[in-house]
Ligand binder design. Structure first.
Ligand SMILES: Nc1ncnc2c1ncn2[C@@H]1O[C@H](COP(=O)(O)OP(=O)(O)O)[C@@H](O)[C@H]1O
Ligand SMILES: O=P(O)(O)OC[C@H]1O[C@](O)(COP(=O)(O)O)[C@@H](O)[C@@H]1O
Ligand SMILES: [Mg+2]
Length: 525
């Protein structure tokens, strides 16, 4: 293949007429000239996107391309990277199994271009009705990949979360059963380092090997922090001829996934990278909630019930403290408090802790104990940094280590009661790892199933650099850079959730006037 025909093809692709070009891309890897041209086009696209977004933001409009034909809204569809811009489709002429009927229902709906999910569904008097929108998830008529040629890999990274196995299972089953891939599906063992660590070689995933895993907590693949070596990861992708990579993890993992996507594009590797947001902290922005979150809230309520029993039965002045996970956001603590209805004090990273005085939490606890004989406290692990100071230590992924807020509270409550001439009987419960290592409940199992299937629909259609999630209760595909830009998200300390907490616990509100939460996503509730 001569350089001139490569040039003319690239020019045609750049001109948007890729469909009429007869491609030579039967070869898996490309010569340097092709790679350079593709990289240049990718860089140009990126620059253009950034410039357009900056202009839109300056004029107060959301990012994305304005969709015409919407009667009552100005809808700006978020740009999603599609491999068809840089590579020929390998799926031409192959019918989507969804369309073929057979054991798939014929009434399956195939998603058309420009079908989208509106990000902002709130409207009020005088609303300007301008909204961003995300690509609707689901099976497409056009396949980008030929299932015969697809090798895939799945990796789980970061902390555990209920539902990881369900997602692994559903991706695997969708690849083999919905699309009939004929290549291999590799399970990368122990997080990103499993791409290259000889001590943890990949395993082969098939519908048989994943058959029973959805009933178990944890991840059959194992997970880890740290250990992201882009060159070695890409070496694996090349060596095993991987076309689709599924990365299950939180904000850190997604940053890594996007680097893999960008590197693949720069090297001319025909690979779709999909993320599936995993975080029991629920701190990935935009999505309604992350999988496993509801299960962990449910588990947290068992701990709160235990704390209440301990507090009620241990005299004098019984107080139960439950510490829950939530590094920079208190979603688990807040939702467990709301669901339980038995909590007298809820402390989260988004709202400063005041110990004493008019707005102090210690006098509040004293009051509640005096009123009903006991009190229950829920505290998120990341709360109270303003009191205890920020740690300079980090874990292998660079996440800050957290001060011992639970133990600190226990000691301060003891001192406060002593200061007022009484003993407090404080029972401290830290159920963290018991909460995130359980199997997914029914709601999360259903969610994981949808996530797994839609991740595969997305890659099969040729989308890349995307993540999948529920937005306003509809499944959609989100560009990873958007997702990580405002993650980890926090609760809005002036929002409805915190207002409800104050209603339930009747604790003093310590949110400073005028203070906004750190992340400002319009969707952060
Ligand atoms: N900015 C980043 N770029 C590349 N990889 C990253 C980045 N941040 C984290 N990672 C990798 O992602 C994995 C999980 O990250 P971590 O922060 O521990 O969990 P989570 O993805 O749940 O936030 C780790 O292997 C870590 O090395
Ligand atoms: O002890 P580990 O395994 O590092 O996990 C603790 C952390 O994991 C989490 O549950 C989730 O963190 P990630 O979403 O970053 O994986 C945090 O709430 C908690 O601080
Ligand atoms: Mg994280």
């Amino acid at each position: 293949m001569g350089a001139s025909s490569i040039d003319s093809k690239s020019a045609l692709i750049a001109g948007g007429t890729a469909a009429v070009v007869t491609y030579y891309l039967s070869k898996r890897h490309f010569d340097n000239k092709t790679i350079q041209l593709r990289k240049e086009k990718y860089d140009r696209d990126q620059k253009e996107r950034t410039a357009q977004n900056a202009t839109r933001q300056d004029s107060g409009l959301p990012n994305g391309v304005k969709l015409e034909g919407f009667q009552s809204d100005n809808v700006y569809l978020q740009d999603l990277e599609h491999l068809g811009k840089y590579f020929a489709s390998e799926g031409e002429g192959i019918k989507n199994l969804m369309e073929l009927g057979g054991h798939h229902a014929e009434y399956n709906k195939l998603i058309g271009p420009e079908e989208c999910i509106l990000a902002n569904i709130r409207r009020g008097p005088g609303s300007t009705a301008v909204t961003r929108a995300f690509v609707r998830a689901g099976p497409r008529k056009e396949l980008h990949f030929n299932p015969k040629k697809v090798n895939a890999a799945i990796v789980t990274c970061g902390g555990l979360c209920p539902g990881l196995n369900n997602v692994i299972r559903e991706i695997t089953r969708s690849l083999f059963y919905l699309y009939g891939i004929e290549g291999k599906c590799y399970g990368i063992v122990g997080g990103y380092s499993g791409f290259y660590d000889p001590k943890t070689p990949p395993i082969e995933l098939t519908p048989d090997t994943v058959r029973h895993i959805h009933n178990k907590g944890g991840t059959m693949l194992g997970s880890s922090r740290g250990g992201f070596d882009i060159d070695k990861i890409v070496d694996f992708i090349k060596k095993k001829d991987i076309r689709q990579l599924y990365v299950i993890g939180g904000d850190g993992t997604h940053r890594g996934a996007f680097k893999i996507h960008e590197t693949c594009m720069e090297l001319g590797l025909h690979v779709a990278v999909a993320g599936i947001p995993k975080t029991i902290d629920n701190d990935v922005d935009y999505i309604d909630r992350s999988f496993g979150f509801i299960t962990s809230v449910e588990q947290a309520q068992d701990a709160i019930r235990a704390a209440k029993t301990e507090a009620m039965c241990n005299l004098p002045n019984g107080i139960g403290i439950v510490k829950l996970m939530g590094r920079s956001s208190g979603f688990i603590a807040a939702h467990a408090t709301l669901g339980s209805g038995d909590v007298d004090l809820c402390l989260v990273p988004e709202v400063p802790i005041v110990l004493d005085g008019e707005k102090g939490c210690l006098p509040h606890v004293w009051e509640r104990v005096k009123q009903k004989g006991y009190a229950v406290i829920v505290v998120a692990e990341g709360a109270g940094e303003e009191l205890l100071g920020e740690s300079t230590e980090t874990d292998a992924s660079g996440n800050k280590k957290l001060p011992m807020i639970g133990e600190f509270l226990k000691s301060e409550i003891g001192k406060y009661f002593k200061g007022r001439g009484e003993e407090a009987t404080v029972k401290y419960i830290d159920p963290s790892y018991m909460i995130r290592s359980v199997p997914a409940n029914a709601t999360d199992s259903l969610y994981c199933m949808q996530l797994g299937q839609n991740a595969v629909h997305g890659t099969m259609a040729g989308y890349t650099g995307f993540s999948v999630g529920l937005l306003n209760n509809k499944m959609c595909l989100l560009p990873i850079p958007e997702l990580v830009a405002t993650s980890p998200r926090q609760m809005d300390a002036r929002g409805r959730t915190w207002e409800r907490i104050l209603g339930i616990t009747r604790q003093p509100n310590t949110v400073e006037t005028g203070k906004r939460s750190k992340t400002g996503s319009i969707l952060c509730r």
